[in-house]
Design a protein. Structure first.
Lengths: 220, 466
């Protein structure tokens, strides 16, 4: 019963992810341009470009069906991000489409891309949490842990991870509302924040994996 | 434990793993893309991932872990249940902690599990965990130390694991089936088993046995004058009329056990095999005779140079039980002749009733009434025992408890059933041939009857045959 609900939830998340990616690509200028190049398919360009994105996403899901949770959801997020690049190119901070004025015929509101991208990120992270929980539960059951303990542990872990995701969303909303900077540009506070992250995260990752890398080198 | 065996590089505990690196890399890439494209969409995605990464790094996995193990009993009988208590203490961190208390493979879990998983929240946690296992076979077993493994709540770090405590031994003694008394009728030297035998030598005790006719050598003090007067009333007293009180004598018969522990006794599973049943039989015999004051000694074939010398009482029972617990099978065939040679002095001194627990179905009969060459050593040993006994006024009685090795094959298989019947008939031929040497053979199918029941049946059927 539990597994069925989880499976349905996963399917729903996948549908939402695919829809968001399809919408983002369909309303982008490059998506529109690509659809106009395909003359042999009748129909509105938005549906054609959106359909292409949906088909690619379904193919990715199919190809990654039996992979581990991390790589399965990561691939989905990566491909979803790729389909958001056209929207990012016509973003407000630095309009790269000015380099190619012919593609700059329409301008779509950036909040739509922000929303679809957040949907992709959130659904992929949720998918990762659910997939990991299912895999962990199955692993613990196989190893002979009592079902009650498995349920309690997995439930607590899922709640903890979902709580963290909500916290991330909250932080994102708080930062997005900081009214600093000229209109149509990225807020300096956001840029400062991400600048710090860009410096700190690689440093943390490097030093955290240092001992294990040293051991690996000695072993080899 | 919860995770499979890891390589040296992977096993470094508490380090970030692939998931964390992927998350960090994704964040950095999104930040770079957001800044590069000037897109708030990518930046917002990066902020979400960065927040998750920050929380995952700030939250520490469980630490300050200790586990205490208490095994309620470390000396038990086969079939007993042993309760194990574990007290898990986790002082710091958040995440799941797994505890595994290894038990010997042959033990059977009967209540609970020896693998536990506990979620540690913000507050320090102390949990009492317990489980029970049943001992299935005798022996000395070692419970390995307890293992615990602490996982990061996001599994972004490799699990931290540790082994705590020291190995603990559990001594499982062979089970003893108590043999009940058959009858109160007493007699002289009833065989095959001396359960009701009276000692005919030794000093008199104060325990009254009976009134009997006077015999040369009887003390005058033992004459029962009242009974004599009643018997000879109204006539002249003669020597035949004199009655004396008879009392129990000190001293009981001695029993000697020979146990075959060769590989032929190891057929079947590790839990159910002839050796385990042989040990059960030896335990039952020791218990029964020692309880009644008999002297019991033994020799096990896997310890050629070691004898359990004749003795009586509870201490001897404990000694035999301990030796039986530590028995294991050995390669090679049973050299009964050598065993008898080893025990020669004890047999000459005590002239005991001997029980040889072995198998007689390991060889095929060549001809009717002919002993297969594989049993030459057995027959030579039996002859030697008879020779030792004939030196005194008593005789050494030899009983062979022949355990049916083919009884351990599948009971439901028709082919096995036929093979078992044929083998049984062949073994009967060997048994008959062995009986010609004055040996009492007790054929035992352990899957069909308990040894104590079989022994009593033989005692009853043997009464009055001599």
């Amino acid at each position: 019963m539990k597994l069925t609900i989880m499976s349905i939830l996963i399917v729903c998340l996948r549908v939402v992810t695919i829809s968001a990616v399809g919408v983002a690509f369909a309303i982008s200028v490059i998506g529109d341009w690509l659809a106009s190049q395909i003359s042999f398919i009748p129909g509105s360009p938005e549906y054609i470009s959106g359909g292409i994105a949906v088909l690619v996403m379904i193919a990715v899901i199919g190809l990654r069906w039996n992979s581990s949770p991390v790589s399965r959801n990561l691939t989905l997020a990566a491909v979803g991000t790729f389909f958001h690049v056209p929207g990012a190119l016509q973003g407000s901070g630095a309009n790269w489409l000015n380099v190619v004025p012919s593609l700059n015929a329409t301008s779509t509101q950036e909040p739509v891309f922000v929303l679809t991208f957040i949907v992709v990120i959130v659904t992929c992270v949720l998918g990762l949490i659910i997939d990991s929980a299912r895999e962990e539960a199955s692993d613990l059951m196989k190893r002979g842990l009592v079902e009650e303990s498995v349920r309690a542990i997995v439930k607590q872990a899922v709640l903890f991870k979902v709580g963290t995701l909500l916290l991330g969303l909250l932080i994102m909303f708080v930062i997005s509302f900081i009214p600093i900077g000229p209109p149509g540009s990225l807020p300096p506070a956001v840029l400062a924040f991400v600048g710090v992250l860009v410096i700190i995260i690689p440093v943390v990752v490097y030093f955290d994996t240092w001992p294990s890398r040293n051991i690996s080198e000695k072993e080899s | 434990m919860i995770t499979s065996e890891r390589s040296v590089a992977d096993s470094l505990p508490g380090r970030i793993n692939q998931g964390a690196v992927v998350l960090a890399a994704s964040t950095v890439l999104l930040v770079a893309a957001g800044v590069g494209f000037g897109s708030f969409a990518f930046i917002s995605g990066a902020v979400i991932l960065a927040s998750i990464y920050a929380v995952a790094n700030l939250v520490k996995g469980p630490s300050g872990i200790s586990v205490e193990r208490v095994i309620q009993k470390n000396s038990v009988w086969v079939g007993d249940e042993v309760e194990v208590l574990l007290r898990l203490t986790v002082n710091r961190g958040i995440g799941p902690v797994f505890v595994r208390c290894p038990i010997p493979e042959v033990m059977e879990l009967v209540d609970g599990s020896n693998l536990f998983g506990v979620w540690k929240g913000r507050a320090p946690k102390i949990v009492d965990l317990k489980f029970k296992f049943r001992t299935t076979v005798r022996g000395v077993f070692t419970c390995k130390p307890v293992l615990w493994e602490a996982h990061h709540p996001f599994r972004f770090r490799t699990p931290v694991h540790e082994v705590v405590g020291t190995p603990e031994d559990i001594v499982v003694r062979a089970g003893i089936n108590e043999i009940s008394r058959v009858t109160n009728v007493r007699g002289l030297a009833i065989n095959p088993n001396p359960m009701m035998d009276m000692s005919v030598i030794g000093n008199q005790t104060t325990e009254f046995r009976e009134i009997r006719n006077f015999a040369i050598g009887d003390s005058v003090k033992s004459i029962n004058w009242k009974a004599t007067a009643r018997k000879s009333s109204a006539r002249e007293l003669t020597a035949q009329d004199i009655l004396v009180n008879d009392y129990e004598r000190e001293g009981k018969k001695a029993i000697w056990l020979f146990l075959d522990t060769t590989s032929a006794m190891s057929v079947g599973s590790s839990l159910v095999n002839p050796l385990e049943h042989a040990i059960e039989a030896a335990g039952a015999l020791s218990f029964y005779y020692l309880k009644r004051g008999y002297q019991v000694g033994a020799h096990f074939s896997n310890r050629n140079s070691r004898l359990i010398h004749m003795d009586s009482g509870q201490a001897q029972l404990r000694k035999i039980s301990r030796e039986l617990s530590e028995l294991s099978s050995e390669e090679g065939s049973y050299d009964f002749r050598r065993s008898v040679q080893m025990c020669r002095r004890q047999i000459l001194r005590y002239v005991p009733e001997c029980f040889v627990i072995t198998r007689l179905d390991t060889e095929e009969p060549l001809q009717t009434n002919q002993i297969p060459p594989g049993f030459d050593s057995l027959i030579t040993g039996v002859k030697a025992l008879a020779a030792y006994g004939s030196r005194g006024h008593k005789s050494v009685r030899v009983n062979i408890v022949a355990i049916s090795g083919y009884a351990y094959t599948s009971q439901n298989d028709e082919v096995n059933s036929v093979a078992r019947i044929i083998r049984g008939l062949e073994t009967d031929l060997i048994t008959r041939a062995v009986r010609r040497y004055g040996v009492n053979v007790i054929s035992w199918d352990p899957t069909g009857s308990r040894f104590s029941d079989l022994l009593l049946a033989h005692a009853l059927s043997g009464r009055g045959k001599r």
